[in-house]
Design a protein around this ligand. Structure first.
Ligand SMILES: *Cc1c(COP(=O)(O)O)cnc(C)c1O
Length: 359
């Protein structure tokens, strides 16, 4: 069945182990993030086999599954909890990232009702402008309230998020800013924090290059286990293409020579976008049966056949220019791609894409 996602478990395992080796050299704990792969059971099992003790997601159903697979794994909720989910969260997550007192109070109540002590990490704003406490006085107040008044919460530490909304690079300076904030909280509450959680994937090159300041104890990594897509921006190759463990396969359903510029009055595409079309004359075009509903933005796909060009697509189709390819493609042939983050995220959760595990 196609479209299909082929997942090479041996390569995946070796990519995870390489990340863990770098982490060990730098004396940091790795929280293994599975949200980009929809918490797929087989992948969670690989992370556990590799020795990862704490596994994170933003979706509670995935955390619940992790607990089912192995109740000894610490589950870690990445998204600030919704008030409407605090009861369920306390049930299936051991640790959660938080940024405000309203929700922390609700979490504390939920933990009290379940006779549990729930671990929290306070997210601090360091410039990427997604979640996190911005004002330092508020930060100290919230930390001290959690420490002294919310008896069913354990203030485990602090963290920050970079490189997501604001595209801010995780640098040693940003890490030192976070460590500085952690020290102020420690002074206020009169004890050391267990966790200073630096950043996500985009911080891997900094860690690998030995530039991570002392004082960061933890990183939350997922993407860098799964795809090597840091190359362009971060000038860092996670692993070579032949070590990619995820491969998308889709089937050709039409091949025709057609003009490259649409014919008629140009309005907007299926998603309401105004687009520019380049006229390259008549080209050989192949249509494959996979689209934005399955993979998100098809322009992020990385074809294995380097002579093939992605022209665009719509919900169910992706259009390829195969004029310059050496291979004589025919209808029914399978085209293969490596993925970027968005394609991985979408294809792992798509019920229309078969997952094939290769052992
Ligand atoms: C998503 C996320 C990460 C990293 O996850 P990836 O899937 O590897 O990108 C880390 N921290 C937080 C808070 C996140 O939301």
């Amino acid at each position: 069945m196609y479209p299909r996602l082929e997942i090479d478990m041996k390569k995946l395992k070796s990519n995870v182990n390489n990340v863990l080796e770098v982490a060990e050299k730098n004396n940091i704990e790795i929280v293994g993030v599975v949200k980009a792969v929809n918490g797929i059971r087989e992948i969670v099992e690989v992370l556990i086999e590799c020795g990862i003790k704490t596994i994170a997601s933003s979706r509670l159903s995935q955390l619940r599954l992790i607990k089912e697979i192995n109740p000894n794994i610490n589950t870690y909720d990445l998204r600030i909890p919704m008030i409407s989910e605090v009861d369920e969260l306390v049930e299936c997550a051991d640790i959660s990232l938080n940024s405000n007192l309203e929700i922390l109070e609700k979490l504390n109540e939920a933990a009290k009702n379940q006779n549990k002590k729930h671990n929290v990490i306070l997210m601090l704003e360091c410039g990427d402008l997604r979640e996190g406490i911005y004002n330092e006085d508020e930060m100290l107040d919230i930390a001290s309230t959690v420490e002294n008044k919310l008896d069913n919460l354990n203030l485990m530490g602090v963290g920050t998020n970079l490189g997501c909304y604001g595209s801010i690079m995780p640098t040693p300076e940003k890490m030192n800013e976070l460590i500085g904030k952690a020290r102020k909280i420690e002074e206020k509450i009169g004890r050391k924090l267990d966790v200073v959680s630096g950043a996500a994937n985009t911080a891997f090159p900094m860690v690998a290059r030995g530039k991570l300041p002392d004082g960061i104890t933890q990183m939350r990594f997922g993407d860098c286990f799964y795809v090597s897509d840091l190359d362009e921006c971060f000038n860092y190759v996670m692993f070579d293409e032949d070590q990619e463990s995820f491969k998308l396969q889709a089937e050709i359903i039409e091949i025709y020579d057609k003009p490259s510029h649409p014919i008629g009055e140009i309005a907007v595409d299926a998603f309401g976008n105004k687009k520019e079309y380049v006229d390259k004359g008549i080209r050989k075009r192949a249509l494959i049966a996979v689209g934005r509903q399955d993979i998100g933005d098809c322009m992020h796909l990385r074809p294995l056949d380097k002579k093939l060009e992605i022209m665009g697509g719509s919900s169910d189709h992706t259009i390829l220019d195969i004029t310059d390819c050496d291979k004589e493609y025919k209808i029914g042939d399978i085209i293969e791609f490596y993925l970027m983050y968005e394609n991985l995220l979408m294809s792992c959760q798509s019920e229309y894409i078969e997952k094939k595990f290769i052992y």
